[in-house]
Design a protein around this ligand. Structure first.
Ligand code: NAP
Length: 498
């Protein structure tokens, strides 16, 4: 299998790239790194350089935090309606440029254009949702039980935040943090992933154009993440760290954050089980499996990582699933027929292949796929493996690629034990036509989110997040803004006792 696609950038692609700011955004000004250093951003479908960005060093990180700290008080005092309207304008502006944002994400990350458009809709929705939440952040006023005092509870912005985002959803992971921080009245420093920073650069300019005051959002792309963010996390003017990324990096950042007892939100890795019971609508389960596995080429924290299928329907499920997987066209995301883009880099593709090779060596068989794709870029065949043994490495690590291992069970208890046999607890999917069983599974699965007969669960109005080593805190929904607020209580005597 080979991929043939145009590898030269079109005029439209070049024109869009020319619009992306290439500097660091500090105190409202795009500027070069203090060291003058730069780094390249590549197209993963060709390996060619798309753009060269300023490469922040520790002194730039310090300048970005200085800028965020300088305007924190003024920003916190800005009327919620003003903050809301900036977010709402930004929503309109992103939607007006949906095609540009989609193309930019496809270029730097590789996902097919149709999926990138879906991410624009999803990512922009956080701007609209939190523009609505900004003006509905209520406290309380109550009497103490003995009636002698009055209790006033108010919510205040936590203060300057450091936001660190991964490469897989370049727009949505940024808006899911920036929008609630803006709504709550926090200033911030964003460190986007070095593999896909271009979307954040263009989006930050949109926020400025929408009226966000200088210094509220600072953006420091860098090729040396730890060196730049380490001193910021130790700086006691920083009040919050919100991180989305892998569990090993999250653990390290949590240890650093403990020095300052920093507020943290951690959206970490996943190992989602996808359970199919014999009483499921099998065609619906296959459609759900396609969505839960193949969104973003499997490079999603919510991606179904383990297909746990009742033994009596496992062969039929595997056969139907494999037919759909094999029919997917692999190619550069900008090609109209493409359904599966490249993986993000050679390391990711090689890791996926080593997981598949290990499973095959241990006796699993490939119903379809099972190998990398020749050609430029980092493509991997959509793959379905059956006969995978419980305990196999591929069931315990995040695959982050278009590979679906199937393991079978006989009883519900066995299914639950298999599903919970992981350090992760982010997403899960259950297919059954028995509603009682479905709700029972929600009680029994150790996860933050469950799709019941649904393969897609992400929604700006839903509380997104995990348990166990998938993290802590929630993004989106009414919980999302609370991550950027602290509660202050004021006690006063009851007016009747005064
Ligand atoms: P990653 O390697 O952990 O990187 C995530 C971010 O952390 C990037 O911006 C990265 O910068 C930065 N980083 C890496 N090492 C750091 C350090 N020592 N100090 C400070 N920052 C550091 O994860 P990834 O490969 O980008 O993303 C994939 C992972 O994210 C998967 O595990 C996936 O499940 C998880 N994820 C979770 C969610 C969720 O909501 N739970 C959503 C999406 C993805 P560089 O880019 O410069 O390395």
């Amino acid at each position: 299998m080979t991929v043939t696609a145009a590898t030269e950038l079109s005029e439209r692609e070049l024109a869009l790239l020319a619009e992306v700011p290439t500097g660091l955004l500090i105190a409202g000004v795009w500027r070069p790194a203090a060291s003058g250093k730069t780094f390249d951003v590549e197209d993963p479908s060709t390996g060619k350089v798309l753009l060269t960005l300023a490469d922040a060093g520790p002194e730039d990180g310090a300048a970005a935090l200085d800028a965020a700290v300088a305007v924190q008080d003024e920003w916190a005092a800005t009327a919620p309606r003003v903050r809301a309207e900036i977010l709402r304008r930004a929503f309109d502006m992103v939607i007006a440029r949906a095609d540009d944002f989609a193309l930019l994400m496809t270029l730097e990350m590789g996902k097919p254009l149709a999926e990138a458009r879906g991410e624009v809709t999803y990512g922009a929705e956080f701007l609209r949702w939190f523009s609505e939440e900004a003006v509905r952040s209520f406290g309380r006023f109550s009497s103490s039980p003995e009636g002698t005092s009055r209790l006033l509870v108010q919510k205040k912005p936590v203060g300057p935040c450091l936001l660190i985002t991964p490469w897989n959803f370049p727009l949505a992971m940024a808006t899911r943090k920036i929008a609630p921080a803006v709504a709550a009245g926090c200033t911030m420093v964003l460190k986007p992933a070095n593999l896909t920073p271009l979307t954040s650069q263009l989006f930050a300019q949109i926020m400025m154009d929408a009226g966000l005051p200088a210094g509220v959002l600072n953006v420091i792309a860098t090729s040396t993440a730890g060196e730049v963010t380490g001193p910021l996390i130790k700086d006691n003017r920083l009040r919050k760290l919100s991180f989305t990324g892998s569990t090993p990096v999250g653990r390290r950042l949590l240890a650093d954050a403990s020095q300052n007892v920093l507020r943290t939100s951690m959206e970490l890795g996943g190992n989602a089980p996808f359970l199919v019971f014999a009483d499921a609508d099998l065609d619906a389960a296959v459609d759900g499996a396609m969505a839960a596995k193949m969104r973003n080429m499997g490079e999603a924290c919510t991606a179904a990582n383990r297909f746990i299928v009742q033994d009596t329907v496992a062969d039929e499920f595997a056969a139907k699933f494999a037919v759909k997987m094999a029919a997917m066209t692999t190619g550069r995301g900008t090609e109209p027929d493409t359904k599966v883009g490249p993986l993000i880099d050679a390391k990711s593709r090689d890791k996926v292949h080593s997981l598949v090779s290990d499973a095959l060596a241990d006796g699993a068989s490939a119903v379809t796929g099972g190998a990398p794709v020749d050609g430029p870029g980092y493509f991997y065949q959509p793959t379905v493996l059956k006969g995978v043994e419980p305990g196999a490495r591929i069931l315990s690590e995040e695959i982050f690629g278009p590979v679906a291992p199937i393991v079978t069970f006989k009883t519900e208890d066995e299914a639950v034990a298999l599903a919970n046999d992981t350090e992760y607890g982010l997403a899960s999917y259950v297919f059954t036509q028995n509603l009682n069983r479905g709700l029972r599974m929600a009680d029994r699965l150790e996860v933050g989110m469950m799709g019941l007969n649904a393969g897609v669960i992400s929604n700006a109005a839903a509380p997104f997040g995990g348990v166990k080593q998938s993290g802590m805190g929630r993004e989106g929904s009414v919980e999302g803004i609370a991550e950027y607020q602290y509660i202050q209580y004021i006690g006063m005597p009851s007016p009747h006792n005064a």
